[in-house]
Design a protein around this ligand. Structure first.
Ligand SMILES: C[S@@+](CC[C@H](N)C(=O)[O-])C[C@H]1O[C@@H](n2cnc3c(N)ncnc32)[C@H](O)[C@@H]1O
Length: 394
């Protein structure tokens, strides 16, 4: 289907929704009581996001925040509160009706916040060609929009272009556990429903990485709908445009765990406890927020073994093991990671796991790295199987 046809169908859909004050869409996690103290009720009603822009909690006064597909303005107005009167917020949307609606409410929000004028600038534009200067933004947020774009690699490139070095993104969006079939892709109504344009998680994550982002990891993942066997998930991801690597004395990195082996986003493999030589770029990556604490960085090679306090592992318990339909998806920041039971997980690709591994991945040390879905639709026998490296299980 032509890109222009998709864009027009999506824009008409949201023009209709805001004009009629429709309530729709997906799981968000707003504190409505709090937002009501400064955001008008009609804006809350036409909030069409699929997550909580948790990145906004990291905002500092004076920063510049950009919201891709700002819609009725809910996240822009929350950003406006957080950046304070010295900060700036830019909302980009392609739909005139949405822009008009959001602009109408901006002065009221400014008054409620005690600002002399609004610090939110709603601009008409497409996510694939944003009307924003290079490196003008500290934080990009977006809530349930990029799945609607017919050209996601272009959106990711644009995000990288407009973000300052050291900046970050926090986006909530709909992804799928597999390729969405052609009969959905070629149904223009389903584009507006956030279904047709949902990328498989691995493609979404790789798209962001190819655009230049690093430290890409899940903040939240909520199973949303299952249609024709396809699991649609609401995911919130964060990632960084790292600063140019500073001079460093760290020449080696040693993985602490909980994985026994990982491949970082730059393609370097690390085994737990074994020091690997690293360059400046890798040192900068391993010191970025999500990686920090997972590695020991040192001037000289520093290995350690299981008895060392730095070593982290989560071994499976000696319990009955059954196949009950669970699949785990690694959600970053590693391209690939291996646990202590011989499973190798690739980012965004569902891997079938038994009940024993399911339990391991629920451990605090592993939970931040995985999303878990259950694909079983029929009640099964769930017979116990022999679960050992040479047995019939994982
Ligand atoms: C599902 S709504 C979400 C609105 C808002 N983020 C929220 O949480 O309420 C999607 C919005 O993105 C806009 N949009 C969709 N695709 C876009 C694109 N390619 N470029 C710019 N805006 C787009 C639509 O006009 C609509 O306002």
């Amino acid at each position: 289907m032509e890109s222009d046809v998709i864009t027009q169908a999506v824009s008409e859909r949201y023009a209709r929704a805001v004009t009629n004050g429709e309530e729709m869409c997906c799981p968000t996690g707003y504190d409505h009581e709090d937002l009501r103290t400064f955001i008008p009720e009609p804006v809350l009603k036409v909030s069409y996001g699929c997550g909580t822009p948790v990145g906004l909690t990291t905002v500092q006064p004076g920063e510049t925040v950009l919201d891709i597909g700002s819609g009725g303005g809910i996240d822009c107005f929350e950003a406006s509160r957080r950046v304070g009167p010295t900060g700036r917020v830019i909302g980009i949307d392609m739909t005139d009706e949405m822009l008009a609606f959001a602009r109408t409410h901006a002065p009221t929000v400014a008054t409620n916040l005690g600002y002399s004028e609004t610090n939110v600038d709603f601009r008409k534009g497409r996510a694939e060609a944003m009307p924003v200067e290079d490196e003008d933004v500290d934080l990009i947020v977006s809530n349930c929009v990029i799945n609607l774009s017919p050209d996601k690699p272009k959106v990711f490139q644009e995000m990288f272009r407009i973000l300052r070095r050291g900046g970050r993104f926090s986006i909530s969006d709909i992804v799928a556990d597999q390729n969405v079939p052609n009969y959905m892709i070629h149904d223009k109504e389903k584009w507006g429903d956030c279904l047709s344009g949902a990328l498989p998680l691995h493609e979404y994550w790789n798209g962001l990485r190819k655009a230049g982002f690093l430290g890409i990891h899940q903040v939240n993942l909520i199973p949303w709908r299952v249609i024709d066997g396809i699991h649609f998930l609401s995911i919130t991801l964060t990632g960084y445009k790292l600063t140019n690597p500073p001079a460093t004395t760290s020449a080696f990195a040693t993985l602490k765990g909980p994985f026994s082996q990982v491949t970082d986003e730059l393609g370097h493999a690390f085994k737990r406890g074994i020091p690997e030589p690293i360059d400046r770029e890798t040192a900068a990556l391993l010191q970025s927020p999500f990686y920090q604490g997972l590695f020991v960085l040192s001037e000289t090679a520093m290995g350690f073994t299981r008895s060392d306090a730095q070593w982290t592992e989560v071994l499976p318990e000696d319990i009955t093991c059954v196949w009950d339909g669970y699949f785990a998806m690694l959600t970053g920041p590693f391209i690939e990671a291996r646990d202590d039971d011989g499973h190798t997980f690739q980012c965004g690709i569902p891997a079938e796991i038994c009940s024993k591994t399911h339990r391991v991945l629920q451990h605090d040390a592993y939970r931040p790295y995985f999303g878990v879905i259950n694909r079983a639709t029929q009640p099964g026998a769930h017979d116990a199987v022999i679960c050992e490296p040479t047995g019939g299980c994982c």
